[in-house]
Design a protein around this ligand. Structure first.
Ligand code: XIL
Length: 302
């Protein structure tokens, strides 16, 4: 029988990976990416410092390569990310007040407009909360307190009314202060009519750390009237067995599949060889391009 691929099983949710076009010269990498996934996220190519390294001078090439790859292989694209405290270019980090606000709106408007029609969802805001649930003291918060939040969503919605607009963060899969703060924030934004449509759970996890109540957390968020997605999944081995890692992958995918309103799972690179985490083999493919047992096990629960 012909081996089926993840995307062939992905009827209820999409299954994606962060990809980097710098790896496309690696034929095994691009073959697996095209065969297995029906969604991709640019790993770095849409981040501010990469896409607009100097004011008004956009470097769209690498991001466009990914969008073309997605079109060629019938994949959707998650745009990542408009506003973050990392990858803020130097020319932006020296600004403040009205000047900073103006370039923020301009950046969002220009980038979202450029890719309008090819992006399923944008991570409008990334990692704006601290572990204790307070707002992270970023250049954005320090200048505008929380007002930039609605402004960023409004600007993105004006530029592409069809894209799903997300807030994205890590360590929010747990029942903790950060997850609670995120919930309250999304609730507040919804009640104010801010155009927010989704909550991304990065889920950079570790064997033994996937919470047993993850599905109920996802469900709780969907009750606010937003969709949810697992946006950056990787599971560090944490000294445990590959079988335990398989179980952890299956658990997360099952949690998403079981919640109506959980629309997809994206791995943060699918292959250990190119993971941003250089140790602890956190991906479903090993560095020799072999699918780990996790892949077949995930197919079985999709
Ligand atoms: C990471 C990339 O994978 C690395 O290549 C880069 O050097 C740093 O950023 N949370 C996010 C992602 O939202 O954008 C980060 O990606 C990983 C953590």
């Amino acid at each position: 029988s012909i081996a089926a691929h993840l995307r062939d099983h992905a009827n209820k949710i999409y299954i994606g990976s962060a990809l980097a076009p710098s790896h496309f010269t690696d034929a095994q990498y691009s073959t697996i990416a095209a065969e297995e996934f029906n969604s991709l996220t640019p790993e770095n190519e849409m981040k501010w410092a990469n896409v607009e390294p100097s004011k008004g001078k956009y470097n769209y090439g690498p991001a466009e390569k990914l969008v073309e790859f997605a079109q060629q292989y019938d994949m959707i694209v998650r745009g990542h990310t408009l506003i973050w405290h990392q990858e803020v270019p130097d020319w932006v980090s020296v600004l403040s007040g009205d000047d900073l606000h103006e370039v923020m709106i301009d950046h969002i408007t220009t980038l979202v407009t450029h890719f309008k029609g090819s992006i399923y969802a944008w991570d409008v805001l990334n990692e704006i909360l601290d572990e204790d649930g307070s707002f992270r003291k970023t250049i954005w918060y320090n200048n505008f307190q929380t007002q930039y939040i609605a402004d960023a969503f409004e600007a993105a919605a004006a530029a592409d009314p069809d894209a799903k607009l997300y807030i994205n963060d890590y360590s929010t899969e747990y029942s903790n202060n950060k997850s609670e703060a995120l919930y309250n924030l999304v609730k507040e934004l919804k009640s104010q009519g801010v155009p927010i449509h989704g909550v991304g759970f990065q889920t950079h996890s570790s064997v033994g750390k996937v919470p047993s109540d993850f599905a109920s957390t996802l469900k709780k968020f969907t009750a606010l009237g937003v969709e949810v997605a697992i946006t950056e999944l990787d599971i560090r081995l944490n000294g445990q067995s590959e079988d335990a890692q398989t179980e952890a992958f299956v658990e997360v995918v099952k949690d998403c599949v079981s919640v109506s309103g959980c629309v997809g799972v994206t791995f943060w690179e699918f292959i250990d060889k190119y993971s941003w985490i250089s140790e602890e083999t956190p991906c479903p493919w090993d560095s020799n391009y072999q699918a780990k047992p996790a892949v077949a096990a995930i197919e079985a629960v999709l």
